[in-house]
Ligand binder design. Structure first.
Ligand code: ZN
Length: 260
């Protein structure tokens, strides 16, 4: 049985602007109270979808635009989204930047000043563009975790298969770091490293699914709610399902003011 209320901290607006209502239908059908809707490395059109979706239901949609810190217009784009109430920055370091490089400190200072939390893709990324896991691991964020202790950091996909131990470690050392359950790395981690996962504080684990796009023949993210719940049960955390699916996220949203 799934919890009555769900907050999904990792989704993408996989419908064009004219069809965004389908995302709200999806939420209603599944008892999803709120979502974080995240940008992708697809340019500002994708961020526009998030802004539009927020306009449709500002109390339910946490906006998470994506920018590349190497892009000279990145901060302007973030300011534009901040003005529309977005408070999560989505990053894809896989495309070739180490987040902890000194050249990005001024960028992250501004991100923190604006009150954005940071959610980064971690681990393998099956993109057509040249991409590498080496950039996208929790360890490359450590200096940022520590430099910006009041900023929320979510290491997506459990930190990635190659990075989950790092992710788990930071949840036990730095108070502002969380992991999300987003597939597919999370399935591997839950299956092969369940005992290690229980080494992290359960309040640092947030539900994420990579919904909501039109279901395709080999991927229907709406099935993830049941699947992840059964994996959490298998690793012995069944009693914490409501925390992982709702309470932890509700606390994070309030603490980091993600819904202005
Ligand atoms: Zn994602």
């Amino acid at each position: 049985m799934l919890p009555e209320k769900i907050i999904d901290m990792h989704t993408h607006p996989g419908y064009p602007v004219g069809e965004l209502g389908k995302i709200l239908d999806y939420m209603d059908e599944r008892g999803i109270e709120k979502i974080v809707s995240l940008g992708a490395s697809k340019g500002p059109e994708y961020n526009d979808r998030i802004l539009k979706l927020r306009e449709m239901a500002p109390e339910r949609i946490i906006g998470g635009p994506c920018v590349d810190p190497r892009d000279p217009g990145a901060l302007d784009e973030l300011k534009r989204c901040h003005d529309k109430g977005c408070r999560i920055l989505k990053l894809f370091p896989n495309f070739g930047f180490y987040p902890d490089e000194a050249q990005f400190v001024p960028f992250f200072e501004e991100v923190a000043r604006m009150g954005f939390g940071i959610l980064s893709h971690c681990g393998w990324l099956g993109a057509k563009r040249l991409s590498s896991v080496k950039y996208a691991r929790p360890m490359r964020f450590e200096e940022l975790f520590r430099r910006f202790p009041d900023t929320l950091f979510i290491m997506a996909h459990m930190g990635g298969i190659s990075g989950f131990i790092e992710g788990i470690m930071y949840t036990t050392r730095t108070p502002n770091v969380y992991l999300d359950t987003t597939p597919g790395h999370s399935h591997w981690v839950f299956k092969h490293a369940g005992e290690m996962v229980r080494g992290m504080p359960v309040e640092r684990l947030l539900l994420g699914t990579d919904g909501i796009s039109p279901p395709s023949k080999d991927w229907d993210a709406s099935k993830q709610y049941e699947l992840i719940a059964s994996e959490i049960d298998d690793l012995g955390w069944g009693e914490h399902l409501e925390d992982i699916y709702y309470n932890n996220a509700a606390r994070v949203i309030e603490k980091y003011k993600l819904l202005p």
